[in-house]
Design a protein around this ligand. Structure first.
Ligand code: GLU
Length: 427
């Protein structure tokens, strides 16, 4: 979903997500404790990166090859952790950046994981369910040496879900000759999945938005919300805003941009989407241009799709009070400067969307102990972790006059590099 203002010769690739991640690290490095400076280079390099060929037999008998990746960005604080993305535009740069953001994110919410990420450069809409299963199983076998319950634990990301995790868990288990539920999270409940995991990222987005609202004297009740993306993150966060009395005034996905200043009926929209697999033609909504989505007047703007969606070409028209980053890397550094000048508060991805991996952590703990918690307990613990992380970041941002992103990076990078420095070098 490239922004229409982006000239066609600037692809997401040469905007370069890894480059964006590096710029964020550069900004924070001088703010870290001097004792950590010798270790900053750790953050500028992935620990290890694997590129794999994933050949599968298509339903028509032909053989197709796809490029897959698994990156361990950092494992100083624990095993690698991060999702697997299936998308036609996935690149090494993107997966490296996503792994780097996982390192920071896991440290920000203080779960005992490093950062990892995987992906396959594939348009999953072009594959049948059987082809998708073969793709997933072959990819899992190819990255087998990278993953394991105490090594690196994949999870869902864009275009992957509980079924894909079940195939990954089964493939790994068959290769190992034992059932290892803890090798992935975001699994179906029947395989050791956790209650609350499907909604966890959206819930975290909502909780951080609510905390931000308190600081700015905004109320969720009656607030206008625009959401980009109607997948796992966008839909769940929109639903939680609506349940708390907010009005969802705009929803955008690859197929369409819908607008209704009186509030979109999300229940009806979800049903329409389930039936038609597109937002196009949804009832009681005005169809507006993809660009106009960014100019919709609202209190909360939730980008919950791809990287670099808020960029130098649309940041100046944004008419929101708070941006809550449901996606990873949705705002470019250039856009961030423009937003700061316009007094738009950005709740950064490494905090706002950390609810997913937080409940992944709960799932991993439950699998290890073979003891499962109630949904209420999970949601309460999640809300507490998210609210406390928000407070710590807000406080540091106030004290040192930093953006919330920089403050989050100071906290996250410090935790990673403290672990790194105290472990020392071996051999
Ligand atoms: N893919 C999600 C993220 O970007 C969740 C990762 C996980 O649960 O490991 O945070």
């Amino acid at each position: 979903m490239n922004s229409p203002q982006l000239p066609s010769y600037i692809s997401r690739e040469n905007v370069g997500p890894w480059h964006i991640y590096l710029q964020q690290v550069e900004k924070v490095a001088p703010l870290l404790d001097k004792a950590l400076w010798p270790w900053v280079e750790t953050l500028r390099r992935p620990k290890r990166a694997l590129i794999v060929d994933v050949p599968i037999r298509l339903d028509n008998g032909e053989i197709a090859h796809y490029e897959g990746y698994r990156i361990h960005h950092n494992t100083s604080r624990g095993p690698g952790k991060g999702g697997v993305r299936y998308h036609q535009d996935v690149t090494l740069s993107e997966v490296m950046a996503l792994a780097g953001w996982m390192t920071i994110k896991n440290a920000v919410v203080n779960v005992p994981f490093g950062g990892a990420k995987g992906g396959i450069r594939v348009d999953p809409r072009q594959l049948s369910l059987a082809e998708l299963e073969r793709l997933t199983r072959r990819y899992t076998s190819e990255i087998d040496m990278m993953i394991g319950p105490d090594k690196d634990i994949p999870a869902p990301d864009m275009n992957t879900n509980a079924q894909v995790m079940a195939w990954m868990m089964d493939t790994y288990s068959m290769n190992q000759g034992r059932t290892a539920t803890g090798v992935v999270t975001g699994k179906p409940l029947s395989l050791g999945g956790s209650l609350g995991r499907p909604d966890a990222t959206g819930r975290g987005v909502f909780v951080t938005a609510r905390e931000a609202a308190k600081k700015l004297d905004l109320t969720i009740l009656g607030a206008r919300v625009a959401v980009q993306g109607f997948g796992n993150v966008g839909e769940a966060s929109a639903r939680m805003f609506a349940q708390a009395g907010a009005k969802i005034v705009a929803v955008q996905d690859v197929s369409a941009t819908l607008y209704n200043p009186n509030g979109i009926d999300l229940v009806a929209l979800k049903q329409y989407f389930a039936e038609h697999r597109t937002l196009l033609g949804a009832p009681d909504c005005e169809l507006i241009s993809a660009h106009d989505f960014w100019c919709v007047p609202c209190e909360f703007l939730v980008p919950a799709a791809l990287e670099a969606q808020i960029n130098q070409y649309n940041a100046a028209c944004i008419n929101a009070r708070v941006i809550v980053e449901g996606a990873n890397g949705p705002t470019t550094p250039e856009a961030e400067v423009i937003l700061a000048e316009r007094n738009v508060l950005v709740v950064p991805d490494v905090l706002a969307n950390a609810g997913g991996v937080t409940v992944s952590y709960f799932e991993w703990v439950q699998d290890f102990s073979s003891f499962f918690w109630s949904e209420e307990e999970i949601n309460q613990r999640l809300e507490r972790i998210m609210a406390e992380a928000f407070q710590a970041i807000w406080q540091l941002a106030e004290e040192r006059k930093l953006s919330l992103r920089t403050a989050a990076f100071v906290i996250g990078c410090s935790r990673v590099l403290e672990a790194r420095s105290i472990r020392g070098l071996y051999p």
